[in-house]
Design a protein around this ligand. Structure first.
Ligand code: PGA
Length: 252
């Protein structure tokens, strides 16, 4: 049985005091209840402050990106070891905003995924098609290509530690959510791809989150689909009540 996993991607939002208040609010409302895994991914400059605010709670810390090298002359970049040092358990890699705005390729994402796992960070690897790709009937091939490229070379054990987030680009921050059936179709395809590339044990173990305009009002139905194991939440993760509402949807 896969444990549901709800992660908040705060993107480039909030200031230090708002980040600490949001994290503290979640930590106190969630308490020690651990029937759902929960993580928040603040901007990296606030990781340390947020770690303190969630300490002793069930909320885990994640980062939004990292670089694949361990250290050295890479101005502006942050390594997996640094993220671990500051208390991260997870790192989001290959988010569509990084793919489409910052130009990250599957090959670059793959280097990061391999480096994260080698260091002991659990990657949340994002894939998803654009509206044009969906309308052109290419959803399945695009998502398959992204999974094969960004997760290339992982062992079965590494694959089981990796979370996949299916985030249709047209649903991110747009208020347009994939229907539960649309999302479930892609999630089921992803799971059979894992069975083909690895085996049924790996396919059954890997958690596949849905992301794209998840809100308290649509969470329960999405999360009720057999192959949807959690959510990667942007906008609605910036308010304690909304994010708690989505966590409640994962429990129902
Ligand atoms: P959204 O973002 O929930 O605001 O659509 C999701 C994401 O980009 O992870």
């Amino acid at each position: 049985m896969r444990k549901k996993f709800i992660a908040g991607n705060w993107k480039m939002n909030l200031n230090r005091s708002d980040a600490v208040a949001l994290a503290g609010g979640l930590a106190s409302q969630l308490g020690t209840s651990d029937d759902v895994d929960v993580a928040v991914c603040p901007p990296s400059v606030y990781l340390d402050a947020v770690r303190e605010a969630i300490s002793g709670s069930q909320v885990a810390l994640g980062a939004q990106n990292m670089y694949h090298e361990a250290s050295g002359a890479f101005t502006g970049e942050i390594s997996a070891g640094m993220l671990l040092d500051v208390g991260c358990k997870y790192v989001i890699l290959g988010h569509s905003e990084r793919r489409h705005i910052l130009g990250e390729t599957d090959a670059a994402i793959n280097l990061k995924v391999v480096a994260a796992l080698a260091a002991g960070l659990l990657p949340i690897v994002c894939v998803g098609e654009t509206l044009e790709e969906r309308e052109g009937g290419r959803t399945q091939s695009v998502v398959k290509g992204q999974v094969e490229g960004s997760l290339a070379g992982l062992t079965a054990a590494q694959m089981q530690q990796t979370v996949i987030a299916y985030e249709p680009v047209w649903a991110i921050g747009t208020g347009k959510v994939a229907t539960p059936a649309q999302a479930e179709e892609v999630h089921a395809d992803l799971r059979s791809l894992l069975e083909t590339v690895y085996n049924s044990e790996v396919a059954a173990a890997v958690r596949i989150q849905y992301g794209g305009s998840v809100k308290p009002g649509n969470a329960a139905e999405l999360l009720g689909q057999p192959n949807i194991d959690g959510a990667l939440v942007g906008g609605a993760s910036l308010q304690v009540d909304d994010f708690m509402g989505i966590i409640a949807g994962a429990k129902s």
